[in-house]
Design a protein around this ligand. Structure first.
Ligand code: NAD
Ligand code: WQD
Length: 342
C-alpha cells in the first residue's frame, strides 16, 4: 500500500514516515522544506534500512502535486504540510491562510482528479479553543482563537463538506495535543528554526546552554502549581496513531475524528523538573507574565481512539524527556550539527 505523506520531512511527518516504513508501507514524501530539511529523510532511511520516494515540491504549485500522482498509484494521503507557528499566524495571517488553505485545496482537487479519496488530516487541540471543562472529548464545541487555529478549523469543515458532497471520501481528522520527544535512536527529532515557540524545545535548548533561561508564562493560573497544564504526547505514540488509523480509513468511507493525546496533564514546572532529571542538568527559569492567548489547562479524553482504533499512548513523561534530551545532546544544533543543511 502506497501512502503520500505531505510535510513528511517535518517533525511529526518524519517520525510517521519511519513507522510507515517499519510497517512495510511504500512511502512517497512531498515537502518544500520551508520548515525542514532533507537530512531528516536520509536519517529515516538509515534507521529503517528502507527507501522512500521523495519530491521537493510546494502544495501551492498544483502541477507539482499532479506530477506525484502521475508517477505513483497512491492509496491514501497523510497531510501534515502546513505552517504552524501560532504567534506568526497572528502577524502574517494571509501567509498562513494562503499556505494552509490553498495548499490543501490544491491537494484535494488533485486527489479528486486521480480518484484518491482517503486522507488523514493533521488537526490540533487548538480547535477546542478554551474548553469549558476537562478532559476534552471529540464532541466539544469548536472555536478558533488565532489564524493558525482558524486554518485548521476551516480545513476540518471543508473536509466535512467534501464527504457530504461525495460519499466515496474517507477522511480522518486527528486532533493532536502537545507532541514532544524524539525517536529513541536520537537520530531524528524536533528542529525548530530560530527561537523555539514551544515549551519542550525551549527547555532542551536551555539545557544545552544554547539559550540562557526559560520564561515560564504565568504562575497564577488556576492549576495545582499555578503554571499551565498540557497533555504532552510522545511523537512516536502520535506517529503510531496514524498507523492505527490507516486500516479504518481504507476499509470504510465517512469522516472520523479522534483526539490523539495521553489523557494526562502536566504543568510547566513538572516538565522542567522531569527534564532536569532526564538530562541531569539544571534548567534556569523565571516566572513571567502570561502569554496572550494561552489557556490554563488542556488535556484529552483519548478513549475514543482506544476503543475504535485500538490505539493508546504508551510512553511516559520520563520517556518524552529522555528521548528529547538524547536527540538534543546528540544534535545540539539540530540537523545542522553533523551535516550541511540542504
Ligand atoms: P513541521 O513544520 O515540522 O512540518 C510541516 C512540514 O510541512 C515541514 O516539513 C514544511 O517544510 C512542510 N510544508 C509547509 N508548507 C508546505 C507547502 N506549502 N508545501 C509543501 N510542504 C510544506 O510541523 P509538525 O510539528 O511536524 O506539524 C505537522 C502538522 O501537524 C502541521 O499541519 C501542524 O499544524 C500539525 N500540528 C502540529 C502540532 C505541533 O505542536 N507540532 C500540534 C497539532 C497539529
Ligand atoms: C505549553 C505550555 C505555555 C513556552 C501550541 C499551539 C497548539 C499546538 C501545540 C499546533 C503553555 C508554556 C511555553 C515557553 C512557557 N500546535 N510555555 N514558556 O501553547 O499548549 O500549544 O502547540 O497545533 O496549537 O498553540 O504549547 O509548547 O507553546 O506551551 O511557559 O517558553 O508551556 O504557556 O502553558 P501550547 P507550548
Amino acid at each position: 500500500m502506497k501512502i503520500l505523506v505531505t510535510g513528511g520531512a517535518g517533525y511529526i511527518g518524519s517520525h510517521t514516515c519511519l513507522e510507515l516504513l517499519k510497517e512495510n508501507y511504500d512511502v512517497v514524501v512531498l515537502d518544500n522544506f520551508s520548515n525542514s530539511c532533507k537530512e531528516s529523510l536520509n536519517r529515516v532511511q538509515n534507521i529503517t534500512g528502507k527507501t522512500l520516494s521523495f519530491y521537493e515540491a510546494d502544495l501551492l504549485e498544483r502541477p507539482s502535486i499532479h506530477q506525484v500522482f502521475k508517477d505513483h498509484t497512491i492509496d491514501a494521503v497523510i497531510h501534515f504540510a502546513g505552517l504552524k507557528a501560532v504567534g506568526e499566524s497572528v502577524t502574517i495571517p494571509l501567509k498562513y491562510y494562503h499556505n494552509n488553505l490553498t495548499g490543501t485545496f490544491n491537494l484535494l482537487s488533485v486527489m479528486d482528479e486521480f480518484n484518491v479519496k482517503n486522507i488523514v488530516f493533521s488537526s490540533s487541540a487548538t480547535v477546542y479553543g478554551n474548553p469549558a471543562t476537562l478532559p476534552i472529548t471529540e464532541d466539544f464545541p469548536l472555536s478558533a482563537t488565532n489564524p493558525y487555529g482558524r486554518s485548521k478549523l476551516v480545513i476540518e469543515e471543508i473536509l466535512q463538506d467534501l464527504y457530504k458532497s461525495d460519499k466515496d471520501w474517507s477522511i480522518a481528522l486527528l486532533r493532536y495535543f502537545n507532541p514532544v520527544g524524539a525517536h529513541e535512536s536520537g537520530e531524528i527529532g524536533e528542529d525548530p528554526q530560530g527561537m523555539p515557540n514551544n515549551l519542550m524545545p525551549y527547555i532542551s535548548q536551555v539545557a544545552t546552554g544554547r539559550l540562557p533561561r526559560l520564561s515560564i508564562f504565568g504562575g497564577d493560573y488556576d492549576t495545582p502549581d499555578g503554571t499551565g497544564v498540557r497533555d504532552y504526547i510522545h511523537v512516536t505514540d502520535l506517529a503510531l496513531g496514524h498507523i492505527h488509523t490507516l486500516p479504518k480509513l481504507i476499509s470504510k468511507t465517512g469522516v472520523v475524528i479522534y483526539n490523539l493525546g495521553t489523557g494526562n496533564g502536566f504543568s510547566v514546572l513538572e516538565m522542567v523538573k522531569s527534564f532536569e532529571r532526564a538530562s541531569d542538568r539544571q534548567i534556569a527559569y523565571k516566572i513571567t507574565e502570561r502569554r496572550p492567548g494561552d489557556i490554563a489547562a488542556c488535556f484529552a479524553d483519548p478513549s475514543k481512539a482506544k476503543k475504535e482504533l485500538g490505539w493508546e499512548a504508551t510512553k511516559s513523561l520520563e520517556n518524552m524527556c529522555q528521548d528529547t534530551w538524547n536527540w538534543q545532546a546528540k544534535n545540539p544544533m539540530g540537523y545542522r550539527t553533523h551535516s550541511k543543511k540542504e
